[in-house]
Design a protein around this ligand. Structure first.
Ligand SMILES: [Ca+2]
Length: 464
């Protein structure tokens, strides 16, 4: 009798055990790389860079081929991930502190330099659910024009238990920049320390400390934003490599920075493996906007701060429990991360918060589709581009330039590099998308630039 029951008891115990294991909320590791182009990984076309760890992560993820940042510059893109809301809606539409063009044709609207505390942000939603939350790296979301107000908008005031290195800076500006001394919050360092490595030490330490409870590690790299500075041994390695052949990419310092990034991702993922928690961890890898220079944008048109695909299309990998590895060409955007993470973690969605995101879980689990929708960009500012708005709907993308109302229409499915402007050839399609874009702007109360009474082309040109 006992002998007969034994296998049954074992089975029950095993089942109970796996139920417990599965009921543990998954950890979340979010890798956000600065100014990371669509073509900077070896698996995405770079013949010079070496990124084995990130390539392996991509291979074991659902990789979205049409994954987008919500803006072509840092601060709005970052706020969109944390709020799940479009920059056009939050009015945080430019990088902090933004560009000055007092004599340009249009005056830019008075925009918002902070995330509102009324909103529940992604880390706050996870904290409510019992997660330990860590912010590591570049923040760039402080209202720098008001010192008092600034104090209340560091990562610790927006749901993160700890902030390692985050301040108003959009790039390392400490005495040693990418090297010791970093002059960043809550960091120690010693002679010779390299920023990407040192931030990784803190990331690994946080994981070790929180291995027994669910955690969010939001690793927001300063790299590969300028100033371009890398470890000398790696720079020498890529100098030698460069001499050994002909490569599309040819900057040894940049390549060395990318290798340090890859090693950092590898160290974090290895730590998850070593602690036996990798299978219960969601890992996301993306960038905040395109690379500086089209060379690193994988053949896409444009680059950081420009309205075309090179400015906003990003690596967009999501790995985790029950996520099937593969690729998806469904257009998705950074505002989707917030609801996707909640959904994957088994938490209730907060549609009143992540207003412009949808959960990608049906695509990740291959259980269904997501509702068809258009994606929108709103940049009423001057930078390297003129103020513009854009919409992606199905295969088509329309860009509207606000100075003169000119339009560009592309079919991205067969013209990914945006070579053929179809606005005149397909006026009905252009009109349909423009109408949708304008209606969307009204629905989110997007702020528009206005005619500038001080417009002076000669003075404007001088100022640029
Ligand atoms: Ca950036």
């Amino acid at each position: 009798m006992t002998f007969k029951i034994f296998p049954f008891v074992c089975l029950v115990l095993i089942s109970i055990n796996s139920v417990f294991a599965e009921s543990g909320k998954p950890n979340v590791v979010f890798f956000l790389v600065d100014d990371f182009g669509w073509g900077a990984l070896s698996s995405m076309g770079s013949d010079f860079h070496e990124t084995p760890n990130i390539d392996q992560l991509a291979k074991s993820s659902m990789a979205f081929t049409d994954g987008y940042a919500a803006c072509t510059v840092c601060s709005p893109s970052r706020a969109a991930i944390l709020t799940g809301a479009y920059p056009g809606r939050t009015k945080l539409t430019d990088w902090i502190a933004g560009h000055k063009r007092p004599y340009a044709k249009l005056s830019v609207p008075d925009w918002n330099m902070k995330m509102e505390h009324e909103r529940i942000l992604l880390p706050e939603a996870l904290k409510e659910a019992g997660y330990a939350t860590s912010f590591i790296g570049k923040w760039h979301l402080l209202p720098i024009k008001d010192e008092e107000l600034m104090k209340d908008h560091f990562p610790e005031s927006h749901g993160f238990d700890q902030n390692i290195g985050g301040r108003e800076w959009g790039q390392p500006k400490g005495r040693g920049k990418y090297f010791h001394p970093f002059d960043m919050p809550n960091m120690t360092s010693k002679e010779g320390d390299y920023l990407t490595d040192r931030l990784t030490d803190y990331a690994v330490e946080f994981i070790e400390k929180n291995q027994d409870n669910p955690f969010l590690l939001y690793f927001s790299y300063y790299t590969v934003h300028g100033p371009l500075q890398a470890k000398s041994d790696l720079v020498e390695k890529y100098k030698a490599k460069w001499k050994s052949g002909k490569y599309k990419h040819r900057n040894p310092v940049y390549a060395a920075m990318v290798q340090s990034l890859d090693e950092s991702v590898g160290r974090v993922l290895n730590k998850l493996d070593e602690l036996g928690i990798a299978d219960n961890t969601i890992v996301i890898f993306t960038g905040d906007n395109g690379a500086v220079g089209t060379n690193y944008c994988g053949g896409l048109k444009g680059a950081k701060a420009l309205s075309h695909e090179g400015g906003v299309r990003e690596p967009f990998f999501i790995k985790g429990p029950r996520i099937e590895a593969g690729t998806s060409s469904v257009p998705v955007i950074a505002t989707d991360f917030y609801p996707t993470i909640l959904d994957l973690a088994g938490l209730d969605l907060k549609p009143e918060e992540h207003e412009d995101g949808v959960s990608l879980k049906p695509l990740l689990h291959r259980t269904g589709k997501i509702t068809e929708r258009a994606l929108y960009w709103h940049y009423p500012h001057y930078h390297k581009t003129n103020p513009y708005g854009a919409i992606r709907k199905g295969d088509y993308k329309l860009i509207e330039f606000f100075e003169d109302g000119s339009l560009e229409l592309y079919n991205l499915r067969n013209d990914q590099s945006e070579k053929n402007n179809l606005a005149e050839k397909l006026p009905e399609k252009a009109a349909e998308l423009l109408k949708d874009l304008k209606e969307w702007r009204i629905s989110v109360e997007a702020q528009m630039p206005t005619p500038n009474p001080k417009f002076d082309p000669a003075k404007d040109k001088k100022k640029q």
